[in-house]
Ligand binder design. Structure first.
Ligand code: ADP
Length: 425
């Protein structure tokens, strides 16, 4: 051992103390001594000895008290009791009080040396063991820490995966919804077109074979009507495809804007006049204030107004008044409100209707054809102008869709104001 082991010898007989000290010093221990029990107790409080050798009977006290003081202050210190006579009783008493061993006085030099050596070795092993246990505990703690950080990372990764999974599920849901809506909506015009084309072809064939001129004129009228239906369905189909293309452009960031001066009131008049031609049960009117010119993409704004008016007509199946109100906003922008007297929008759907492929679960709304794209596209256009679009419930019935467009597009890149707003497609 590199460090000298510290031994305290306590005995009230000076000669005993001196003898033992000499023997133990010779064996390489650092030996302290005292003949007083009181002082011995003070010393073990101060210093941690490796081994304390104490007489059982001291003049000013009891060796068991020294032993107790050792246990209280340094429980790992080895204690050996010296007894004046071979009393089994006192030896047992000492061992019971926690002594490691006992020696009977006067003891053999060899016995003293080997007992002390054993005690010191015992202490060394004890310390070693404690060190090992501490190391193991530290290693255990490190493993536990690693484990918990691993667990945390696994939890994080799991949460992330779950989130992705939810996103994918949502995408999947939207895809299937899109497929069902699209196939249904695209199929109707195609079925109508192919049906009428077949009938028209059969009639043309019969006319080219038959002799009757009057019947030919009658047949041609029928064919013309059917071709008109086909034409209307083609237009509808083209519009559906256009909407799908718009969505794809929006989603891939390839939608382009050409900015110029647009008088929104004038545009509203134009759209209203055109839409009035498509219905006899609705009365479309425009209320307008002064001039309402903003810098915007005319074609895209027209698309928004078209969508709002188409919806106003579509979702008021029993007809009624449709009003487009155009008024300047205090900050130079323009507010357009389209009000109808139709089926209305349930409170809880007022925001959802602007979602991609959103269609109301409401029976009345389902009766009208649609893919749930119009308002999504409209919102995208309005937002790209730095504006806002929102829906409200009508006072008594129906709904009101509002669009607020700023005077100049906010946050839009390179507005080509100089360019006249022209055809886009
Ligand atoms: P589509 O009309 O093709 O379904 P939109 O995006 O234009 O798609 O509209 C989404 C939904 O919002 C409609 O399915 C309908 O439920 C509701 N909606 C839109 N406009 C109106 C309106 N004027 N009145 C009542 N419901 C409306």
């Amino acid at each position: 051992m590199s460090e000298q082991s510290k031994v305290l010898v306590v005995d009230d007989e000076e000669s005993v103390v001196i003898t033992i000290k000499a023997i133990l010093q010779h064996d390489g221990y650092d030996v302290a001594t005292t003949t007083s029990g009181v002082q011995a107790r003070a010393m073990v409080r101060e210093v941690e000895y490796d081994l304390v050798l104490t007489d059982l009977r001291l003049e000013d006290g009891d060796g068991l008290d020294v032993l107790k003081a050792v246990r209280e202050n340094h429980p790992e210190t080895i204690t050996i009791m010296l007894t004046g006579y071979a009393s089994l009783e006192s030896a047992i008493q000492a061992l019971r009080a926690g002594a490691y061993d006992y020696l009977v006085k006067p003891s053999e030099v060899e016995e003293l040396r080997s007992t002390v050596a054993r005690g010191i070795e015992r202490r060394r092993l004890g310390q070693e063991l404690r060190k090992r246990v501490a190391e193991l505990e530290r290693a255990n703690r490190e493993i536990a820490d690693l484990n918990s950080s691993l667990q945390r990372r696994i939890d994080d990764a799991t949460a992330e995966l779950k989130e992705r999974y939810e996103q994918l599920k949502e995408l999947d849901r939207m895809k299937s919804q899109f497929l069902s809506i699209a196939s249904h909506e695209l199929k109707t015009p195609i079925t109508a077109m192919s049906g009428f084309l077949q009938v028209a072809l059969r009639r043309v064939r019969r006319l080219s074979e038959g002799p009757d001129a009057g019947a030919a004129a009658e047949g041609l009228r029928g064919i013309t009507e059917q071709l008109e239906v086909v034409y209307r369905q083609t237009t509808k189909l083209a519009r559906l495809v256009d909407e799908l293309l718009d969505v794809s452009r929006i989603q891939t960031g390839r939608i382009e804007f050409r900015y110029g001066d647009v008088d929104i009131a004038e545009l509203a008049d134009e759209v209203a006049t055109r839409m009035q031609l498509t219905t006899t049960t609705h009365r479309i009117s425009v209320t307008r204030d002064s001039e309402s010119v903003v810098t915007a993409d005319r074609d895209h704004l027209e698309q928004v107004l078209n969508n709002l008016l188409t919806n106003a007509i579509k979702y008021s199946p029993s007809g009624g008044a449709i009003t487009i109100d155009v008024r300047p906003e205090p900050d130079g922008g323009v507010l357009v409100s389209v009000t109808d007297e139709g089926i209305g929008i349930p409170e809880q759907e007022l925001e959802a209707i602007f979602g991609l492929f959103y269609r109301s679960p409401d029976r009345a709304a389902r009766d009208a054809a649609g893919m749930g794209l119009g308002l999504y596209i409209s919102k995208e256009i309005v937002v790209r102008h730095g504006g806002r679009i929102w829906a409200e419930r009508g006072a008594a019935k129906g709904s009101r869709l509002n669009v607020s467009i700023p005077r100049v597009p906010v946050g839009a890149t390179k507005p080509d104001v100089a360019q006249p707003s022209g055809a886009r497609r």
